[in-house]
Design a binder for this molecule. Structure first.
Ligand code: SF4
Length: 436
């Protein structure tokens, strides 16, 4: 299995976040996305909205997202206007009629980068076409240095239920070395203010294995994050996709990877799991722990990982709707110009076969640490263990997975390495293709 052979964090490592691989989504299938939007939705699946705000104060050295650090206020306003028009376009489609949003997710980039005035303008504009008044979860991603009390109050006012704070670490030297725009003092300041504004759920993001990470610094970061008592914590293991500043430096200078190897990062994540569990949190997925003190669900990932529909608005955004994947164009200018012409700014699409829908749910739900056999039998009419025996048996033999009458469960060892074996479930012809 790749789990044991691949130990260094190499340039080009990727994270399985969807299936089939993005490289299989093609411009020639865009008409399939348009066709599905012109039909009443074929599904009773939960429905949500993702809004991409691609602006940041500074580009972090490990960032692989489409972000802009050079846009001025008027360019940002042009973009927000385009988001509103895109929402209006979708609201006119047949597929959107009679569908109620269960979740909304403001991601990026840094959604909290935009000003209070811009936020009000965006939300007032969007609300003419879509409403998240009855949504169970509205998530807003924040960078600590972009928040102040008045902005937090606006976020509460527009219905944010889950504030996700990108702390990433608590060591100032390490934050600076990795190009983060904030320092630890801003995390403490904003966290206290956010608590007093009283959001139903506050999540802290951490990254294990940033450049300069050591055993001691990581233990300290876990301790400091726990002292804040977040409702949930999301912990990523540092990856090195091609388009990060760190990867480019490695490729240019021929240096060794400055990122800790996978076994070390898995050990750090394991340590965090143990510490958080000892403090009364439970593991919700390979990346997330939630407090047991109050109900903490993650409607966004729960819906997506169970085949839910989601429309993504904004440059490069991804959507999954009625069994079709589609993605918007990558260029800011092209996105704005297509919206201006009242066209959907779609770049590429793919209609999933029934087998691909099944594999997609298996790989995504394995990230929760278990597969409910009855769920798959009812929804897809298959015994997943029997169907994928050639993958599950070796996982079981290697101590990554276990099975009882109702569930396939990953062991802790399996959960910590889940992203390394998910591609084993891919169709044979899609195992060797580029992922992105
Ligand atoms: S804040 Fe997030 S989105 Fe922005 S550059 Fe850093 S990692 Fe990328």
């Amino acid at each position: 299995m790749t789990t044991t052979s691949q130990t260094t964090t190499q340039v080009g490592n990727y994270f399985v976040s969807n299936y089939p691989p993005f490289s299989q989504w093609k411009p020639e299938f865009v008409h399939e996305a348009l066709a599905v939007l012109d039909q009443p939705a074929r599904t009773e699946e939960p429905f949500g909205l993702y809004l991409h705000i691609p602006f940041c104060r500074k580009r972090c050295k490990f960032c692989y997202f489409k972000v802009y650090t050079d846009k001025n206020a008027s360019e940002i306003e042009v973009y927000l206007e385009a988001l509103i028009k895109e929402a209006e376009y979708f609201a006119r489609t047949r597929a959107f009629q009679d569908r109620e949003l269960r979740f909304a997710y403001f991601g990026g980039g840094t959604p909290s980068y935009i000003s209070e005035r811009q936020l009000h303008h965006l939300v007032n504009g969007l609300n003419k076409h879509v409403s998240w008044d009855r949504a169970e979860e509205v998530t807003f991603e924040c960078e600590p240095g972009t928040l102040r009390r008045s902005k937090l109050e606006v976020l509460k006012e527009i219905g944010v239920t889950r504030l996700s704070l990108g702390a990433e670490h608590f060591d100032d030297e390490l934050l600076a070395a990795n190009g983060r725009a904030h320092l630890s003092a801003e995390i403490y300041d904003v966290y206290e203010k956010a608590r007093s504004v009283d959001f139903p759920q506050i999540n802290l993001d951490l990254i294990a294995g940033m450049v300069g990470e050591t055993e001691e610094k990581w233990r300290n970061a876990v301790k400091k994050s726990l002292e804040l008592q977040p409702d949930s914590v999301t912990i990523y293991q540092m990856e090195l996709p091609y388009n990060t500043i760190i990867s480019q430096e490695i490729l240019k200078d021929g240096k060794d990877s400055p990122i800790a190897d996978w076994p070390t990062k898995q050990r750090w994540l394991n340590y965090a799991f143990d510490e958080y569990q000892a403090a009364g949190y439970e593991i919700a997925s390979a990346y997330t722990l939630a407090t047991k003190k109050k109900p903490c669900r993650f409607i966004y990932t729960d819906a997506l990982w169970h085949g839910g529909d989601m429309i993504g608005l904004g440059v490069s955004s991804f959507s999954h709707f009625s069994g079709v994947h589609f993605q918007n164009v990558h260029s800011f200018e092209e996105y704005v110009s297509l919206i201006d012409k009242d066209e959907l700014p779609l770049l590429r699409a793919l209609t999933l076969t029934p087998k691909q829908k099944l594999i997609r749910e298996i790989v995504l739900q394995l990230k929760t640490g278990s597969l409910d056999l009855k769920y798959f039998q009812t929804k897809f009419g298959v015994d997943v263990w029997a169907e994928f025996k050639s993958v599950f048996e070796p996982l079981k033999q290697d101590g990554f997975a276990e099975k009882d009458d109702s569930f396939i469960r990953l062991t802790r060892k399996g959960l910590l390495q889940v992203d390394h074996f998910l591609s084993e479930f891919f169709e044979p012809e899609l195992k060797a293709v580029r992922y992105v």
